[in-house]
Design a protein around this ligand. Structure first.
Ligand SMILES: O=c1ccn([C@@H]2O[C@H](COP(=O)(O)OP(=O)(O)O[C@H]3O[C@H](CO)[C@@H](O)[C@H](O)[C@H]3O)[C@@H](O)[C@H]2O)c(=O)[nH]1
Length: 322
């Protein structure tokens, strides 16, 4: 049987490359497009060497609709995993138009292209940012309140509607996966190269002999610092595989997290342990605007709908970085 062929947008990115790896390991064929704005071609080089495959890679902006439509025809694509996006929450406040263009308009266009060309499967990378800044200490449920507070979260939330309309069409299949805080790596070559998130920031600081900074130590949590649900990127990739292989209709959106919370303080301690550093100095800074005290996933839906549960512990995720 010919393997299913998936177009992976943003496949040279940190998350996209892990999905490519997981799909290839499970006998699916992938075609990767990436603008290389944040993605790295070296990740594709690594995947080609690891799997001994000439994985097709085309450098292409997600807004280059003609090129994408030609590729979908040329490669006879069965399904699309759409991870290509702008993802910096802070930057989205400064460039909202660009975020809506890349994250919302391009997703809408991609779905129209899929429809015109008989592509029946679509899995969309969404985010816990759709929940905004809840003021409860309860895990977020998919059908609970959505109140994104950044153009990033809003653009992703609005794009989910288009995906939902697509998958509600009889014969189509897919979902939106709402990632919580993604950490870890399958290989040093696939590491997260962004400098926007807690773990890479703390690592960078420790490597330079600087003290990590904590944004807010007066939250109503056990140790006063913010709690998040840190999920391994390899589990994110496994969730995509589970969604692609599901034989029953999926809910329109599912949380992908662990269901366990960890505080900023705990993360810093784990990174210190993993690096064998004894430094205990931290800078206690004021709260960062828009940060909720607690943001964790209710993971029941992904489990019941597609049998997905996370596999990697936070310790394993942090250890994978060294
Ligand atoms: O130097 C730092 C950096 C971050 N933090 C805190 O660490 C926590 C995690 O922050 P960060 O890694 O920036 O992630 P979030 O703000 O939780 O957002 C991430 O996780 C969301 C999903 O939960 C995604 O939508 C976003 O794209 C992604 O950046 C927050 O409480 C921050 O205030 C610090 O205390 N010090």
């Amino acid at each position: 049987m010919t393997p299913e062929r998936w177009l992976l947008t943003g496949g040279a990115g940190y998350i996209g490359a892990h999905i490519a790896d997981e799909f290839i390991c499970n006998d699916k064929s992938v075609v990767i497009i990436d603008s290389l704005y944040q993605g790295l071609e070296s990740r594709i080089t690594f995947l080609r060497a690891k799997h001994g495959l000439e994985i097709p890679f085309i450098k292409c902006d997600i807004r280059d609709y003609n090129e994408i439509e030609s590729l979908i025809r040329e490669y006879k694509i069965d399904g699309i995993i759409h991870t290509a996006a702008l993802k910096a929450v802070g930057e989205s406040m400064e460039k909202p138009d660009e975020y809506f263009q890349v994250n919302l308009e391009a997703t809408n266009e991609l779905i129209e292209i899929a429809k015109r060309n008989g592509v029946k499967k679509f899995i969309f990378s969404s985010t816990a940012a759709v929940y905004g800044s809840p003021d409860t200490m309860d895990p977020c449920k998919e059908d609970g309140p959505k109140a994104p507070i950044s153009p990033y979260g809003d653009s992703k939330y609005q794009a989910e509607s288009k995906v939902t309309a697509f998958i509600n069409t009889p014969g189509n299949h897919g979902t939106s996966l709402r990632f919580f805080n993604v950490v870890g790596t399958a290989a040093p070559e696939l590491l997260d190269n962004s400098v926007e998130n807690l773990v890479p920031i703390v690592l960078g600081k420790l490597n330079k002999g600087q003290a990590p900074e904590i944004f807010g130590t007066d939250y109503p949590t056990a140790d006063g610092t913010c709690v998040r649900d840190y999920v391994d990127v390899r589990d994110i990739a496994r969730a995509h595989l589970a969604a692609a292989d599901a034989t029953t209709p999926l809910p329109p959106a599912m949380n992908i997290g662990t269901g366990r919370g960890a505080s900023v303080r705990e993360i810093i301690d784990l990174v210190l342990q993993a690096t064998n550093k004894t430094q205990t100095e931290v800078i206690k800074s004021p709260r960062r605007a828009g940060d909720p005290a607690f943001l964790c996933a209710d993971v029941a839906l992904a489990k019941s709908a597609m049998g997905f549960t996370s596999k990697y512990s936070l310790e394993e995720s942090i250890r994978s970085l060294f």
